[in-house]
Design a protein around this ligand. Structure first.
Ligand code: ATP
Ligand code: MG
Length: 395
């Protein structure tokens, strides 16, 4: 029954004179989401609001699901449009809407009428009362409750009349593209896709880097990361994924450094390489899925050691979340099922039985000097041989 949607957005409403930049970015992202959906759609901005109109057949659930990936949207309201705004026509349309939308009439409601033209013969108060009366007349079981209604019935008299009552939640956040770009260290785990989602939610475009260690990690492990990047790209838009062959660096560390410090030293090289690529590609920060205390390499001391090699800010949006809270987000955004596929990860293969949990930066740095003869060349080679791909959702 619906062919139009009112798109509600929250935070971008407060951006003063930058508002149009945010609105235009949001319209652009909504257009992309429509393109991924079956059917033809028109997206329009009018009177500080955004509307999506279906121009023919479309799949309601698919469109809503795609709109729910657009950061900046706080609510999606399926609505009825009535061309003629005389009271008789609009009140009939309201009654018809209530009938179809709420087959079970055992409910309370309140009318929220609005008119954008002050020349309309009735003001909002009069509209509220008159529409309410028509609904009550048509359905004896329905009652009015002005304090806690089950149904808030919105009737807006604008260039057309808009009728809606359901607000399907959007993802919130800010439209992608309004907040610069950051480089996500994307592993095959649960945390890093969630971290990418969370930063992207604030309007930031995402590029990603994955450290691959063939033959210790398989092609399937790499494919899993590509799949995760694709799932994140549903929200963030296309992701440029850099795949770094990390094997020789890991082997060198394994050969020359104390085994209880392997993970920390390896993480430091990941950060260094990620930062080099980030700077080349105009990323303004790095993103990781770290969370304090989750594993030995994520204690405060370990994080201090990995952080020390970076000059760009490192964003760790999962830092204060418990594992279960991260899992809940991954379930919500649809990455969990892929993340738990059991393929090996380069960190787990070279991991020591008893890694240091309180690494000392000076000692770590001293041990890193054992790599002096080879590391520069190995890092350069890893950078030169990186594989680059664009990962995006197809229709
Ligand atoms: P995740 O669930 O994201 O894999 P994790 O709990 O396994 O995290 P670690 O393996 O210690 O934690 O990694 C910490 C962070 O380092 C990850 O969240 C990710 O951002 C980054 N990272 C780890 N391994 C890789 C990798 N192979 N490629 C790219 N980034 C990685
Ligand atoms: Mg991991």
């Amino acid at each position: 029954m619906f062919s139009s949607f009112l798109i509600k957005y929250a935070e971008i409403g407060v951006k003063g004179k930058n508002r149009y930049i945010f609105e235009n970015a949001l319209v652009q992202q909504i257009k992309y989401a429509c393109k991924r959906s079956e059917g033809e759609f028109a997206v329009r901005k009018a009177e500080g609001r955004i509307y999506v109109d279906a121009l023919g057949e479309f799949d309601f659930d698919e469109l809503v699901e795609n709109l729910q990936t657009v950061f900046g949207i706080s609510g999606i309201c399926p609505m009825i449009q009535v061309d003629d705004d005389d009271f008789d026509t609009l009140s009939k349309a309201v009654v018809d809407y209530m009938d179809k939308e709420y087959p079970d009439k055992n409910l309370t409601f309140k009318v929220f009428a609005r008119r954008s033209r002050k020349t309309y013969p009735m003001n909002s108060m009069e509209l509220n009362a008159a529409i309410g009366e028509k609904v009550l007349d048509a359905f004896p079981e329905i009652r009015v409750d002005v304090h806690k209604p089950d149904v808030c019935l919105y009737v807006e008299v604008r260039e057309k009349v808009y009728i809606y009552s359901r607000i399907i939640p959007g993802p919130g956040g800010m439209p992608v593209g309004t907040g610069g770009k950051a480089m996500l260290l994307l592993s095959g785990g649960i945390d890093s896709p969630v971290a990418g989602y969370m930063i992207s939610k604030r309007g930031v475009k995402i590029d990603a880097v994955y450290f691959h260690a063939p033959p210790y990690t398989s092609e399937r492990a790499k494919q899993k990361v590509i799949d995760l990047a694709r799932l994140v790209s549903r929200y963030s838009g296309p992701v440029y994924l850099h795949v770094i062959n990390f094997t020789d660096i890991q082997l060198a560390i394994y050969e020359k450094c104390p085994h209880d410090e392997l993970t920390i030293i390896m993480r430091r090289y990941m950060m260094r390489i990620a930062e080099t690529i980030a700077k080349e590609t105009e990323c303004l920060g790095l993103i990781t899925g770290e969370s304090i205390g989750q594993v030995a390499s994520q204690t405060m001391q370990s994080l201090a050691c990995t952080n020390e090699v970076c000059t760009l800010p490192v964003y760790r949006p999962c830092i204060g979340l418990d594992k279960q809270e991260i899992i809940d987000i991954s379930l919500k955004i649809g990455t969990y099922e892929t993340s738990i596929l059991p393929y090996e990860d380069c960190c787990t293969i070279f991991v020591a039985k008893h890694p240091v949990t309180k690494p000392n930066i000076d000692i770590i740095k001293k041990h890193e000097h054992h790599l002096d003869d080879v590391i520069e060349e190995l890092v350069q080679k890893a950078l030169d041989t990186r594989e680059k791909m664009v990962v995006r959702v197809d229709r």
